[in-house]
Design a protein around this ligand. Structure first.
Ligand code: ZN
Ligand code: ZN
Length: 121
């Protein structure tokens, strides 16, 4: 699959209930579906987030990101307070894209309670 942000090649790094692909170039993570219900299971795979925050921030501001499955522009989910969270979610298939470092950050103690409600149920 091609990365929806930088068009690099993606490798499948988790093939379970949720498939996770990681971009060889920007190290962003694509989840083929991510919901509030699936999140606790998916969190066990946090080690696949091998990129650095610096890599992720390069692509964080990108606005028009197409879902690789649906070819539709993904929604931006964003809060600024009390922590900053920003990621892409496909309204059609619940696919989610997290920039490098965001999976680890958003599932950490200070972020998780704010991140979870931004996901579909
Ligand atoms: Zn990429
Ligand atoms: Zn989609």
């Amino acid at each position: 699959m091609e990365c929806p942000k930088c068009y690099g090649d993606m490798d499948t790094v988790v093939d379970d209930v949720v498939t996770i692909e990681r971009c060889q170039n920007c190290h962003g993570l694509y989840f083929d579906q991510l919901t509030q219900e699936l999140l606790p299971d998916v969190m066990g795979n946090v080690d696949v987030d091998t990129g650095t925050d610096e890599m992720g921030s390069t692509y964080d501001e990108m606005v028009y990101v197409e879902c690789p499955k649906c070819d539709k522009i993904m929604d931006q989910r964003l809060i600024e307070e009390p922590v900053r969270i920003r990621f892409e979610l496909c309204p059609t298939c619940n696919a989610t894209f997290l920039d490098a470092g965001e999976f680890r950050e958003y599932t950490s103690a200070g972020f998780l309670k704010k991140f979870t409600p931004l996901l579909p149920e």
